[in-house]
Design a binder for this molecule. Structure first.
Ligand code: TYM
Length: 334
C-alpha cells in the first residue's frame, strides 16, 4: 500500500439482508475512493455474532457479501478486501481498548439501547462492547477517513475518543479518524415508517428493500410504501415519506431532487412510486447479476480474501506491536 496516500476503512455486517440503505448510505460511496486513498473494506463477521446467528447462514452471508462488495465496484487489486475474523488483531486490539473504555459511555450508545430493547433475551457483553470492536477495526489501520451512514456517527465518535485517550495516556499512537457521511443517502428511511431508518433487522419485509430482492418484490414494496398527506411529489419536512422516496429516486437515477420534483409534478403518487422502483431496479439488477456470477466462483473469492487478509494483517500487526509495547507488554521474540 502507498505510504503517501491517506487510509480509508469501512465495513458492513454480513447479516443476510443487506439493504438499499446500506448501499446508498455506505457501500456505493466506497469505490470512488479507491484511487485517491489506500482503502480497506472489511466484512465484519465478528460483529454479527452479537445477535443470534445460524452458523451455516452466517458463513453463506459472509461470502455473499464479499461478492457483493466486488459487484458494487470494489476492486481487490486496488483495495484490501477481507473478512474481519481472518485478521485476529481486531479482537486483540479490542481487548486493549476495552481497558480504557468506560462502561458508562458504552451504556449510553443509542444502538446498544435499541438493540437491547429488540433482543431483550440476549443482552450479551458483545452487544455492549460492539463499539469498542468497531473502534479497533478503524484504529488498527491508522485510518484517516471512515465512509459510513449517519447511524454510525456516534460509534465513530467513540473511536475518536478512544484514540485520543490512548494517545494522551501512552503517547501518540493512533491516527484520530474522521467520519465521511453523505448528506443525501446518509439516512435512508423505512418504507413503512419514514421516521425510522431502513434497517436490516426490521421484521416488516415491506419496510426494507434488500439488494437481493427480485424486481417484482421491489415494485410491490414501493407500491405499498407509506406516503404523506396530499398528492404532490415534493421534498419537505412535512413530506417525510415522499422526501425519502425522492432521495432514493435521485440517488438511483442521477437526476437532482429539484428536477425530479418537476418531472413528477401533478402525476400523483402511484406513477411516482413506479418510477422510483424502476430507478432502483436499474441500479440493483446489474449488481445482482454480477454478485451471483462472483458467488459461484469460489476459488476466485478465496484468492481475493487471502490477498486481502495478508495486506490487512501486515498493517494490523505493526499497529498492534506498537500498542503492546506502549502498554508495557513484553514483546515476543520471533
Ligand atoms: P451496518 O452493517 O449496520 O451498516 C453498514 C453501513 O450502512 C450504513 N447504513 C445506512 N446508511 C443510510 N441509511 C440507512 N438506512 C442505513 N443503514 C445502514 C451504516 O451507517 C454503515 O455505514 N457498526 C457497523 C459496521 C462496522 C464498521 C466498522 C463500519 C463495524 N466496524 C468500522 C465502519 C468502520 C454497522 O453495524 O454497520
Amino acid at each position: 500500500m502507498d505510504n503517501v496516500k491517506k487510509t480509508v476503512f469501512s465495513g458492513v455486517q454480513p447479516t443476510g439482508r443487506i439493504t438499499l440503505g446500506n448501499y446508498l448510505g455506505a457501500i456505493r460511496n466506497w469505490s470512488p475512493l479507491q484511487d485517491e486513498y489506500n482503502c480497506l473494506y472489511c466484512v465484519v463477521d465478528l460483529h454479527s455474532l452479537t445477535v443470534t446467528q445460524i452458523p451455516a447462514e452466517l458463513r453463506k452471508n459472509t461470502l455473499d457479501l464479499v461478492a457483493l462488495y466486488i459487484a458494487c465496484g470494489i476492486n481487490p487489486d486496488k483495495s484490501a478486501l477481507f473478512i474481519q475474523s481472518h485478521v485476529h488483531e481486531h479482537a486483540e486490539l479490542c481487548w486493549i481498548l476495552d481497558t480504557i473504555a468506560y462502561i458508562g459511555e458504552l451504556n449510553r450508545m443509542t444502538q446498544f439501547k435499541d438493540k437491547s430493547r429488540k433482543h431483550a433475551d440476549n443482552i450479551n457483553m458483545g452487544l455492549m462492547n460492539y463499539p469498542v470492536l468497531m473502534a479497533s477495526d478503524i484504529l488498527l489501520y491508522q485510518t484517516d477517513l471512515v465512509p459510513i451512514g449517519k447511524d454510525q456517527t456516534q460509534h465513530l465518535e467513540l473511536a475518536r475518543d478512544l484514540a485520543g485517550r490512548f494517545n494522551a495516556r501512552y503517547s501518540p499512537t493512533f491516527v484520530v479518524p474522521e467520519g465521511l457521511t453523505f448528506k443525501a443517502g446518509g439516512s435512508i428511511k423505512s418504507l413503512q415508517d419514514p421516521t425510522a431508518k431502513m434497517s436490516k433487522s426490521d421484521p416488516n419485509e415491506n419496510a426494507v428493500i434488500t439488494l437481493f430482492d427480485d424486481n417484482d418484490a421491489i415494485r410491490r414494496k414501493f407500491r405499498r410504501a407509506v406516503t404523506d398527506c396530499g398528492s404532490e411529489v415534493r421534498f419537505g419536512e412535512d413530506k417525510a415519506a415522499i422526501s425519502n422516496l425522492l432521495t432514493i429516486y435521485s440517488l438511483c437515477s442521477g437526476e437532482s431532487v429539484a428536477d425530479a420534483e418537476k418531472r413528477f409534478d401533478g402525476v400523483g403518487y402511484g406513477v411516482f412510486k413506479d418510477s422510483v422502483a424502476d430507478a432502483v431496479i436499474s441500479v440493483i439488477e446489474p449488481i445482482q447479476q454480477q454478485q451471483k456470477r462472483l458467488s459461484a466462483d469460489k476459488s476466485y473469492l478465496e484468492g481475493v480474501l487471502k490477498q486481502g487478509a495478508e495486506q490487512a494483517e501486515r498493517i494490523a500487526r505493526k499497529t498492534l506491536d506498537k500498542v503492546y509495547r506502549k502498554v508495557g507488554l513484553v514483546g515476543r521474540i520471533r
